[in-house]
Design a binder for this molecule. Structure first.
Ligand code: ZN
Length: 465
């Protein structure tokens, strides 16, 4: 296998192929086939997202994939230039359509016409919905699996509130939900407020969650947007207030995508292959029987699996008899299964099992009757180790950019002081080739702008995917 550190890009492409996550050979560029193993991982991520938004009072919906040009045009008042990134449907059978339609690039235009019908009075608010669907972008840049593609597996939450203060509280709730999701996935991040020229078109402001991929490039893995009344005014989403007057709703959105899987692959994997956080691993425990004279290791493996399945773990036995145990160990390590259980003659004789964590360390032996609780402990350790490794990597990837030279020559993300002006951002980008991702939202420290010397705040620059 390719070396992750010396050639991350090749490693990334290779591991996606050989672990069976996705097949890139589909004849449309940027539209790949989700293979069973990859789809299971993605569905597990979806379920973690669902659990957290459902618990916060969101309801799941599903809107049609087609949006009329008229619906989109309302949004296009904000979204100039977006039109070039949309797939247009212009014919039904052989007949040209009266109204051209777009494959949804995102669903503001699809949803807000319906919001206008649904929202009548303050008692209908807040309205909190989400969907997990494919969205489409006519991507002309170089495509990369799970990172830059034309059919995107997408989570989008949309809300409507009585006023801006309530929408701001929603933004805080998104942050809490995101903290929980990212913690489950063991993904560190920084919150960057995108510069005005780089925020979502139509948003008052955009907060992005940026993480560091191996090799130093950043990856945006989530965004939340405050729309205020910008969309509700265009789509006419008004409600009757208690005092009998009408008011426009304030709105927010929260978007996540299969880039979460890209981050998990890139950040947690190693030269042996993938490492899945236990919460999303399609197989959490692989049980490998080691044939032994006079011991029924296959039958014993079934008993081990029964204990684990009863406790709710996703366990599987590799009973293929045309492969050696060593081959099986390597294959499941490559596929990122967080925990392996070996059962040989000695285990059968002693009524024990032997555990081996994908993250390394020595083997752990326990009694068969304790296997569920030991597995639970072992999976928690894997999660902790991944979280620690990922945050160490992130800290190393976020370097102090105290001089232009350093930012120019370094392959990492940089924190630096910036006054917030477009001029200084353009200047920095021209001098260093890095992109200004925005002000670091959580950091309050102030210093001199690296370009103009005026008072600035901590900002992030990097080469984003
Ligand atoms: Zn400046």
């Amino acid at each position: 296998m390719e070396n992750k550190k010396s050639d991350f890009s090749s490693w990334y492409n290779e591991i996606i192929d050989i672990s069976g996550l996705s097949d890139k050979r589909y004849p449309i560029k940027g539209m790949n086939v989700w293979l069973p193993y990859g789809l299971k991982a993605m569905k597990s991520i979806d379920n973690i997202i669902r659990e957290h938004v459902d618990n916060s009072g969101f309801q799941e919906v599903q809107f049609p994939v087609l949006i009329t040009r008229d619906q989109l045009s309302i949004e296009f008042e904000h979204v100039k230039g977006f039109e070039n990134e949309v797939y247009w449907v212009t014919r039904g059978g052989m007949e040209p359509l009266d109204v051209e339609m777009a494959l949804r690039p995102t669903s503001e235009a699809a949803m807000y016409g319906m919001f206008q019908l649904w929202v009548r009075a303050h008692t209908d608010l807040p309205l909190k919905i989400y969907q997990i669907v494919s969205v489409y972008r006519y991507e002309t840049k170089h495509t990369r699996t799970f990172i830059r593609i034309r059919e995107i597996h997408f989570f989008e939450a949309h809300t409507a509130h009585t006023d801006y203060a309530s929408a701001e509280r929603q933004m805080e709730e998104y942050r809490r939900i995101w903290n929980e999701i990212s913690s489950e996935l063991c993904l560190p991040f920084i919150v960057d407020q995108r510069p005005d020229w780089d925020k979502f078109p139509g948003a008052m402001y955009t907060l992005a969650f940026d993480t560091a991929m191996p090799g130093g490039r950043s990856l945006q893995i989530g965004t939340i947007h405050q729309y205020g009344e910008n969309f509700s005014k265009n789509y006419g989403i008004e409600y009757l207030k208690e005092d009998g007057t009408h008011s426009f709703v304030s709105q927010t959105t929260f978007g996540l995508s299969e880039r979460l899987l890209a981050a998990i692959i890139g950040i947690h994997g190693d030269d042996t292959g993938l490492i899945f956080p236990p919460s999303i691993a399609p197989v959490q425990v692989i049980i490998v029987p080691i044939p032994s004279e006079g011991a029924d290791t296959d039958g014993y493996a079934v008993r081990v699996k029964e204990y684990l399945s009863a406790a709710g773990f996703r366990a599987q036995i590799d009973s293929r008899d045309n492969y050696t145990p060593g081959f099986k160990f390597n294959e499941w390590e490559m596929k990122g299964v967080p925990l392996r259980i070996e059962v040989g003659g000695r285990e059968v004789h002693d009524s024990t099992v032997t555990l081996r964590l994908r993250t390394g360390g020595s083997r752990i032996k326990c009694n068969l009757t304790d296997v569920a609780s030991e597995v639970s402990k072992a999976l928690s350790s894997v999660k902790e180790i991944l979280r620690k490794r990922a945050s160490d990597h992130f800290e190393k990837s976020m370097v102090d950019g105290d001089t232009i030279e350093k930012i120019k020559n370094g392959e990492s993300m940089f924190r630096f002081y910036w006054c917030g002006s477009r001029e200084c951002s353009d200047h920095l980008e021209a001098d260093t080739g890095k992109t200004v991702l925005g002000m670091q939202r959580e950091m309050n420290s102030t210093g001199r702008c690296i370009i103009c010397g005026k008072e600035g705040k901590l900002a992030t620059a990097s080469t984003p995917y």
